[in-house]
Design a binder for this molecule. Structure first.
Ligand code: MN
Length: 384
């Protein structure tokens, strides 16, 4: 049985206020193309379909088109979707009863009472049955209804839920989950686009040994593709780089070929090529301008300039770079070579004090023109 594992689509996400809809549409089309070619039996989407709990109409359109395109493939893959922490479980569940009749299974809501269990879907191939346990994102607070009350942390919450429906170990088992699992002695690689939700030593960390019974764990939450302990416990990562810290990630689809029970699944990565790269450039303004090439560079770039003297670099860069995410200055001034003891004192001339403050903040001195403006403002203020 062949599986595609993706997660953290974050449809509707913006990058420093740039809409990524075009990039996301392109990445979804690449996934559909791969699915047409490789013919997976199931596509697993391990949470964070949308970037926000109230997705934009455009983001919903993208997902709608994606599900439709995948469903149009023959043979038609089963599509299994769980909710991540960014999704609204209730909204993602919309039409899930209907969609389920059409081989699209959405498990977004956590069990909310004793009788409710996690969704388990069974698919078959020549080696027999494969059970897919679908664990949507949960917080301990969602499980207050448990006989022992709210679990004390995330690890306990997941442990208790999985304990209630142990997999049949004579069959092959796959789990989909969107949580922060950590393998023993492994250091998870975090990126800037997800770290505000996670902390390595935090309460949300869950021991990956809870997934030992599963032949494959399709995880979502971390945006860098990586394993959490065992080879078969994996984060697919986001299909598109959502921060500059992800520029060296190889984004892609994890393809899993499950054979008979007990044999190691074959795992490979199908690479996705971002429509526009997300990358950092460093150098003098002249070097950076030169590096853009002959045409306007469309990549999303974070630029670090090393010149000591700069006048309105943003305006200059805009002539060659269509999508500048940030401009940093790393020069002698920013490296703190201004004597630190040169305190800005109240007895100092205000224009002089402001000029120092400006230089410290921007790592470049004010221009004469700017200097004139500030002197004027100070004079006017003094007249009041
Ligand atoms: Mn995410």
């Amino acid at each position: 049985m062949r599986l595609f594992h993706i997660s953290d689509l974050h449809l509707g996400r913006k990058l420093y206020n740039y809409s990524l809809l075009e990039e996301q549409q392109d990445m979804l089309r690449q996934i559909v193309r791969y699915a047409g070619e490789m013919q997976p039996d199931a596509v697993l989407i391990a949470g964070d379909v949308y970037d926000r709990s109230m997705p934009s109409a455009e983001a919903q359109e993208l997902f709608d088109a994606f599900l439709t395109d995948l469903s149009d493939l023959r043979p038609q893959p089963e599509i299994l979707v769980i909710a991540g922490n960014h999704d609204s479980a209730v909204r993602l569940s919309y039409a899930s009863g209907f969609l389920r009749r059409h081989h699209i299974v959405i498990a977004a809501l956590a069990p909310a009472k004793e009788e409710e269990k996690l969704t388990v879907i069974t698919l078959h191939d020549e080696y027999g049955a494969v059970d897919f346990t679908m664990l949507p994102f949960i917080r301990p607070g969602m499980l207050r209804w448990l006989p022992d009350g709210e679990p004390e942390d995330y690890h306990e919450a997941v442990r208790v839920l999985l304990e209630r429906q142990k997999p049949d170990l004579s069959r092959r088992n796959v789990i989909l989950a969107h949580q922060f699992f950590k393998g023993e002695n492994t250091d998870p690689e975090l990126s800037d686009s997800e770290t505000r939700w996670l902390s390595v030593g935090g309460l949300d960390v869950i021991g990956a040994e809870l997934l030992d019974a599963y032949d494959y764990a399709a995880l979502g939450h971390l945006h860098g593709p990586q394993k959490a302990g065992r080879e078969c416990v994996r984060y697919s990562g986001s299909p598109y780089p959502y921060s500059l810290s992800e520029e060296h990630h190889t984004k892609g689809i994890v393809q899993i070929d499950l054979k008979e029970k007990g044999s190691e699944p074959e795992i490979s990565l199908l690479k996705l090529t971002p429509k526009r790269k997300v990358r950092s450039i460093r150098g003098t303004l002249a070097e950076v301008m030169e590096a853009a090439g002959d045409e306007i560079c469309e990549d999303y770039v974070g630029i670090t300039l090393t010149d000591d003297d700069l006048v309105r670099p943003a305006d200059v860069l805009a002539g060659r770079y269509a999508h500048v995410l940030e401009i940093r200055v790393d020069n002698t001034m920013s490296r703190g070579q201004i004597p630190k003891d040169e305190k800005i004192g109240s007895e100092e001339d205000p224009a002089e004090a402001f000029a120092k403050f400006y230089a410290e903040m921007n790592a470049v001195p004010m221009t004469d023109e700017e200097r004139k403006i500030i002197e004027e403002i100070i004079r006017e203020a003094g007249d009041l």
